[in-house]
Design a protein around this ligand. Sequence first.
Ligand SMILES: N[C@@H](CCC[C@H](N)C(=O)O)C(=O)O
Length: 309
Amino acid sequence: MADGVFGELSGYPFLKAHGTGNDFVVVVDPEAELLLADDTVRLACDRHQGIGGDGFIRVARSEHLPEGREVLEQAPEAEWFMDYRNGDGSIAEMCGNGVRAFVHVLLRNGLVDLPPGQVVRVGTRAGVKTVARTDDGYAVDMGPWGFIDGDTARSRGSDAVVTAKGLRVPRPAVSITMGNPHTVVALAEGEKLDSLQLFTAPDVRPVPPDGTNVEFVVPLDEESGATEDVGRIRMRVHERGVGETQSCGTGACAAVAATRFWAGDTAPDEWLIEVPGGVVSATFVEGPHGAEHIVLAGPAVVVATGTFG
Ligand SMILES: N[C@@H](CCC[C@H](N)C(=O)O)C(=O)O
Protein backbone atom coordinates (compact mmCIF):
# COMPACT_ATOMS: atom_id res chain seq x y z
CA MET A 1 0.00 0.00 0.00
CA ALA A 2 1.06 3.62 -0.59
CA ASP A 3 2.86 5.54 2.15
CA GLY A 4 0.22 7.98 3.45
CA VAL A 5 -1.21 9.40 6.68
CA PHE A 6 -3.16 6.22 7.51
CA GLY A 7 -0.15 3.86 7.52
CA GLU A 8 -1.20 0.36 6.41
CA LEU A 9 -4.68 1.69 5.49
CA SER A 10 -3.33 4.29 3.03
CA GLY A 11 -4.60 3.39 -0.44
CA TYR A 12 -7.10 0.87 1.04
CA PRO A 13 -10.81 1.16 0.16
CA PHE A 14 -13.37 1.92 2.87
CA LEU A 15 -17.12 2.40 3.26
CA LYS A 16 -18.80 4.77 5.66
CA ALA A 17 -22.06 3.37 7.07
CA HIS A 18 -24.47 4.04 9.89
CA GLY A 19 -27.46 2.59 11.72
CA THR A 20 -29.66 5.30 13.29
CA GLY A 21 -26.71 7.67 13.40
CA ASN A 22 -24.29 5.23 15.06
CA ASP A 23 -21.58 5.50 12.40
CA PHE A 24 -18.80 3.23 11.29
CA VAL A 25 -15.74 3.11 9.09
CA VAL A 26 -15.90 -0.28 7.35
CA VAL A 27 -13.09 -2.13 5.58
CA VAL A 28 -13.53 -5.36 3.64
CA ASP A 29 -10.47 -7.48 4.41
CA PRO A 30 -11.59 -11.07 3.66
CA GLU A 31 -8.23 -12.67 4.49
CA ALA A 32 -7.78 -10.52 7.67
CA GLU A 33 -4.42 -9.28 6.46
CA LEU A 34 -4.56 -5.83 8.09
CA LEU A 35 -2.88 -5.49 11.51
CA LEU A 36 -5.23 -2.67 12.68
CA ALA A 37 -3.12 -1.08 15.43
CA ASP A 38 -5.11 1.01 17.93
CA ASP A 39 -3.57 4.26 16.56
CA THR A 40 -4.60 3.43 13.00
CA VAL A 41 -8.20 2.73 14.06
CA ARG A 42 -8.29 5.91 16.19
CA LEU A 43 -7.12 8.02 13.26
CA ALA A 44 -9.60 6.44 10.84
CA CYS A 45 -12.43 7.22 13.31
CA ASP A 46 -11.20 10.74 14.12
CA ARG A 47 -13.85 13.26 12.95
CA HIS A 48 -11.32 16.01 12.19
CA GLN A 49 -8.23 14.24 10.91
CA GLY A 50 -9.70 10.93 9.71
CA ILE A 51 -12.89 9.61 8.09
CA GLY A 52 -14.92 9.83 11.29
CA GLY A 53 -16.91 7.13 13.06
CA ASP A 54 -18.06 5.84 16.42
CA GLY A 55 -16.61 2.47 15.51
CA PHE A 56 -14.45 0.59 13.03
CA ILE A 57 -15.62 -2.65 11.41
CA ARG A 58 -13.45 -5.15 9.57
CA VAL A 59 -15.37 -7.60 7.34
CA ALA A 60 -13.27 -10.77 7.41
CA ARG A 61 -13.77 -14.47 6.70
CA SER A 62 -14.16 -16.25 10.06
CA GLU A 63 -11.50 -18.82 9.17
CA HIS A 64 -8.81 -16.10 9.14
CA LEU A 65 -9.28 -14.83 12.72
CA PRO A 66 -8.75 -16.85 15.94
CA GLU A 67 -12.14 -15.76 17.36
CA GLY A 68 -13.72 -16.56 14.00
CA ARG A 69 -12.32 -20.10 14.07
CA GLU A 70 -13.92 -20.59 17.52
CA VAL A 71 -17.24 -19.44 16.06
CA LEU A 72 -16.90 -21.88 13.15
CA GLU A 73 -16.64 -24.80 15.58
CA GLN A 74 -20.21 -24.07 16.74
CA ALA A 75 -21.62 -22.66 13.51
CA PRO A 76 -19.74 -23.78 10.35
CA GLU A 77 -22.15 -21.67 8.26
CA ALA A 78 -20.94 -18.40 9.88
CA GLU A 79 -18.56 -17.65 7.01
CA TRP A 80 -18.13 -13.94 7.87
CA PHE A 81 -16.90 -12.40 11.12
CA MET A 82 -17.58 -8.86 12.37
CA ASP A 83 -14.24 -7.67 13.80
CA TYR A 84 -15.47 -4.61 15.76
CA ARG A 85 -13.44 -1.84 17.41
CA ASN A 86 -14.53 1.30 19.22
CA GLY A 87 -13.40 4.72 17.99
CA ASP A 88 -10.58 4.72 20.57
CA GLY A 89 -9.16 1.52 19.07
CA SER A 90 -10.39 -0.82 21.83
CA ILE A 91 -11.98 -4.11 20.85
CA ALA A 92 -15.67 -4.62 21.68
CA GLU A 93 -17.54 -7.89 21.83
CA MET A 94 -20.61 -6.81 19.92
CA CYS A 95 -22.38 -3.91 18.19
CA GLY A 96 -26.10 -4.11 17.41
CA ASN A 97 -26.16 -1.24 14.92
CA GLY A 98 -22.83 -2.35 13.50
CA VAL A 99 -23.99 -5.89 12.70
CA ARG A 100 -26.81 -4.48 10.52
CA ALA A 101 -24.28 -2.26 8.72
CA PHE A 102 -21.99 -5.30 8.39
CA VAL A 103 -24.67 -7.41 6.66
CA HIS A 104 -25.63 -4.45 4.48
CA VAL A 105 -22.02 -4.23 3.27
CA LEU A 106 -21.86 -8.02 2.69
CA LEU A 107 -24.95 -7.73 0.47
CA ARG A 108 -23.84 -4.56 -1.30
CA ASN A 109 -20.48 -6.14 -2.14
CA GLY A 110 -22.09 -9.39 -3.35
CA LEU A 111 -20.42 -11.43 -0.59
CA VAL A 112 -23.69 -13.04 0.54
CA ASP A 113 -27.08 -13.62 -0.95
CA LEU A 114 -30.05 -12.92 1.33
CA PRO A 115 -33.34 -13.64 -0.44
CA PRO A 116 -36.59 -12.85 1.44
CA GLY A 117 -37.30 -15.46 4.10
CA GLN A 118 -33.62 -16.47 4.42
CA VAL A 119 -31.14 -15.55 7.14
CA VAL A 120 -27.41 -15.02 7.31
CA ARG A 121 -25.35 -16.12 10.32
CA VAL A 122 -22.57 -13.74 11.37
CA GLY A 123 -19.69 -14.48 13.73
CA THR A 124 -18.99 -11.92 16.47
CA ARG A 125 -16.99 -11.96 19.72
CA ALA A 126 -20.36 -12.35 21.47
CA GLY A 127 -21.25 -15.48 19.50
CA VAL A 128 -23.16 -16.09 16.29
CA LYS A 129 -25.95 -13.65 15.37
CA THR A 130 -28.75 -14.51 12.95
CA VAL A 131 -29.77 -11.64 10.66
CA ALA A 132 -32.83 -11.36 8.41
CA ARG A 133 -33.92 -8.63 6.00
CA THR A 134 -36.97 -6.52 6.87
CA ASP A 135 -38.91 -3.99 4.75
CA ASP A 136 -36.74 -1.13 5.95
CA GLY A 137 -33.54 -2.73 7.21
CA TYR A 138 -32.47 -5.79 9.14
CA ALA A 139 -33.61 -7.77 12.18
CA VAL A 140 -30.93 -9.40 14.33
CA ASP A 141 -31.40 -12.09 16.95
CA MET A 142 -29.08 -10.55 19.53
CA GLY A 143 -29.18 -13.64 21.75
CA PRO A 144 -29.98 -13.74 25.45
CA TRP A 145 -29.73 -10.80 27.83
CA GLY A 146 -28.61 -11.27 31.43
CA PHE A 147 -27.89 -9.40 34.63
CA ILE A 148 -24.19 -8.90 35.30
CA ASP A 149 -24.89 -9.32 39.03
CA GLY A 150 -28.12 -11.32 38.90
CA ASP A 151 -28.66 -11.90 42.62
CA THR A 152 -28.33 -8.25 43.64
CA ALA A 153 -30.39 -6.95 40.73
CA ARG A 154 -33.24 -9.38 41.37
CA SER A 155 -33.37 -8.83 45.13
CA ARG A 156 -32.92 -5.03 45.19
CA GLY A 157 -34.07 -3.94 41.71
CA SER A 158 -30.70 -2.29 41.12
CA ASP A 159 -27.04 -3.21 41.54
CA ALA A 160 -25.16 0.03 40.80
CA VAL A 161 -25.24 3.77 41.34
CA VAL A 162 -24.58 6.25 38.54
CA THR A 163 -23.47 9.87 38.81
CA ALA A 164 -23.48 12.10 35.72
CA LYS A 165 -23.25 15.82 34.92
CA GLY A 166 -26.78 17.20 34.82
CA LEU A 167 -28.14 14.67 37.35
CA ARG A 168 -28.82 16.37 40.68
CA VAL A 169 -28.31 13.22 42.72
CA PRO A 170 -26.70 9.81 42.03
CA ARG A 171 -29.26 7.35 40.61
CA PRO A 172 -29.76 3.60 41.07
CA ALA A 173 -29.01 1.51 37.99
CA VAL A 174 -28.83 -2.07 36.78
CA SER A 175 -25.94 -3.62 34.85
CA ILE A 176 -26.89 -5.93 31.99
CA THR A 177 -24.90 -7.96 29.50
CA MET A 178 -25.80 -8.25 25.83
CA GLY A 179 -22.44 -9.92 25.21
CA ASN A 180 -21.00 -6.48 25.99
CA PRO A 181 -21.65 -4.61 29.26
CA HIS A 182 -24.32 -1.95 29.87
CA THR A 183 -25.57 -0.03 32.90
CA VAL A 184 -29.11 1.35 32.64
CA VAL A 185 -30.52 4.30 34.59
CA ALA A 186 -34.21 5.27 34.51
CA LEU A 187 -35.22 8.93 34.65
CA ALA A 188 -38.76 10.16 35.23
CA GLU A 189 -38.87 13.09 32.82
CA GLY A 190 -37.72 13.95 29.33
CA GLU A 191 -36.24 17.28 30.48
CA LYS A 192 -33.86 15.46 32.77
CA LEU A 193 -32.73 13.34 29.83
CA ASP A 194 -32.25 16.41 27.64
CA SER A 195 -30.22 18.29 30.24
CA LEU A 196 -27.68 15.49 30.83
CA GLN A 197 -24.14 16.36 29.82
CA LEU A 198 -22.58 13.23 28.38
CA PHE A 199 -19.26 14.64 27.09
CA THR A 200 -17.66 13.03 30.09
CA ALA A 201 -18.21 9.43 31.11
CA PRO A 202 -20.80 8.91 33.87
CA ASP A 203 -19.38 7.46 37.09
CA VAL A 204 -20.68 3.90 37.71
CA ARG A 205 -20.19 2.11 41.05
CA PRO A 206 -19.51 -0.74 41.06
CA VAL A 207 -18.36 -0.65 37.47
CA PRO A 208 -18.56 -4.06 35.71
CA PRO A 209 -15.16 -5.78 35.34
CA ASP A 210 -14.67 -4.77 31.68
CA GLY A 211 -16.09 -1.26 31.98
CA THR A 212 -19.55 -0.36 30.75
CA ASN A 213 -21.75 1.54 28.31
CA VAL A 214 -24.28 3.72 30.17
CA GLU A 215 -27.89 4.18 28.99
CA PHE A 216 -30.28 6.77 30.41
CA VAL A 217 -33.92 5.97 29.67
CA VAL A 218 -37.29 7.66 30.07
CA PRO A 219 -40.29 5.30 29.80
CA LEU A 220 -42.99 6.95 27.65
CA ASP A 221 -46.71 6.87 28.37
CA GLU A 222 -49.68 6.40 26.05
CA GLU A 223 -49.80 10.11 25.24
CA SER A 224 -46.26 9.75 23.90
CA GLY A 225 -47.02 6.74 21.69
CA ALA A 226 -46.76 3.72 24.00
CA THR A 227 -49.62 1.19 23.86
CA GLU A 228 -50.61 -1.81 25.93
CA ASP A 229 -48.85 -4.06 23.40
CA VAL A 230 -45.88 -1.92 22.42
CA GLY A 231 -43.76 -0.21 25.06
CA ARG A 232 -41.79 2.90 24.20
CA ILE A 233 -38.76 4.57 25.74
CA ARG A 234 -36.43 7.47 24.96
CA MET A 235 -32.74 6.81 25.45
CA ARG A 236 -29.38 8.55 25.44
CA VAL A 237 -26.14 6.64 25.72
CA HIS A 238 -22.51 7.14 26.65
CA GLU A 239 -20.55 4.35 24.94
CA ARG A 240 -17.46 2.72 26.34
CA GLY A 241 -14.51 3.60 24.12
CA VAL A 242 -16.39 6.35 22.27
CA GLY A 243 -18.43 8.96 24.22
CA GLU A 244 -22.01 9.99 23.56
CA THR A 245 -23.36 8.42 20.37
CA GLN A 246 -26.60 8.94 18.43
CA SER A 247 -27.66 5.33 19.01
CA CYS A 248 -26.51 2.00 20.43
CA GLY A 249 -28.22 -1.26 19.43
CA THR A 250 -26.93 -3.44 22.27
CA GLY A 251 -27.70 -0.46 24.55
CA ALA A 252 -31.30 -0.31 23.28
CA CYS A 253 -31.69 -4.03 24.08
CA ALA A 254 -30.20 -3.61 27.57
CA ALA A 255 -32.41 -0.54 28.13
CA VAL A 256 -35.65 -2.38 27.33
CA ALA A 257 -34.55 -5.44 29.33
CA ALA A 258 -34.06 -3.19 32.39
CA THR A 259 -37.26 -1.20 31.78
CA ARG A 260 -39.31 -4.38 31.37
CA PHE A 261 -37.73 -5.88 34.49
CA TRP A 262 -38.62 -2.75 36.50
CA ALA A 263 -42.17 -2.65 35.04
CA GLY A 264 -42.98 -6.24 36.08
CA ASP A 265 -44.99 -9.08 34.57
CA THR A 266 -47.52 -7.00 32.66
CA ALA A 267 -44.91 -5.23 30.53
CA PRO A 268 -45.13 -5.91 26.76
CA ASP A 269 -42.69 -7.96 24.67
CA GLU A 270 -42.43 -5.40 21.89
CA TRP A 271 -40.64 -2.08 22.33
CA LEU A 272 -39.73 0.99 20.34
CA ILE A 273 -36.63 2.87 21.41
CA GLU A 274 -36.27 6.52 20.42
CA VAL A 275 -32.63 7.57 20.23
CA PRO A 276 -31.19 10.88 18.99
CA GLY A 277 -30.44 9.25 15.59
CA GLY A 278 -33.82 7.60 14.98
CA VAL A 279 -35.91 4.68 16.20
CA VAL A 280 -35.08 0.97 16.59
CA SER A 281 -37.34 -1.83 17.78
CA ALA A 282 -36.66 -4.67 20.19
CA THR A 283 -38.81 -7.77 20.68
CA PHE A 284 -38.45 -10.41 23.38
CA VAL A 285 -38.72 -13.92 21.91
CA GLU A 286 -38.15 -17.42 23.19
CA GLY A 287 -34.75 -18.62 22.03
CA PRO A 288 -33.31 -22.13 22.02
CA HIS A 289 -33.26 -24.00 25.36
CA GLY A 290 -35.94 -21.66 26.80
CA ALA A 291 -33.59 -18.65 27.03
CA GLU A 292 -35.20 -15.26 26.41
CA HIS A 293 -33.63 -13.59 23.37
CA ILE A 294 -34.02 -10.04 22.05
CA VAL A 295 -34.52 -9.33 18.35
CA LEU A 296 -33.30 -5.86 17.39
CA ALA A 297 -34.52 -4.27 14.15
CA GLY A 298 -33.57 -1.06 12.40
CA PRO A 299 -32.04 0.45 9.28
CA ALA A 300 -28.51 0.32 7.90
CA VAL A 301 -27.21 2.81 5.35
CA VAL A 302 -23.97 3.19 3.38
CA VAL A 303 -23.35 6.92 2.92
CA ALA A 304 -19.98 6.96 1.17
CA THR A 305 -17.19 4.86 -0.27
CA GLY A 306 -13.63 5.98 -0.77
CA THR A 307 -9.95 5.28 -0.40
CA PHE A 308 -7.80 6.14 2.62
CA GLY A 309 -5.33 8.90 1.71
N1 LIG B 1 -22.83 1.04 19.29
C1 LIG B 1 -22.80 -0.36 19.47
C2 LIG B 1 -21.98 -0.86 20.64
C3 LIG B 1 -20.49 -0.68 20.34
C4 LIG B 1 -19.58 -1.26 21.40
C5 LIG B 1 -19.62 -0.53 22.71
N2 LIG B 1 -19.12 0.81 22.63
C6 LIG B 1 -18.80 -1.32 23.74
O1 LIG B 1 -17.63 -0.99 24.01
O2 LIG B 1 -19.34 -2.30 24.27
C7 LIG B 1 -24.18 -0.99 19.36
O3 LIG B 1 -24.94 -0.53 18.49
O4 LIG B 1 -24.46 -1.97 20.02
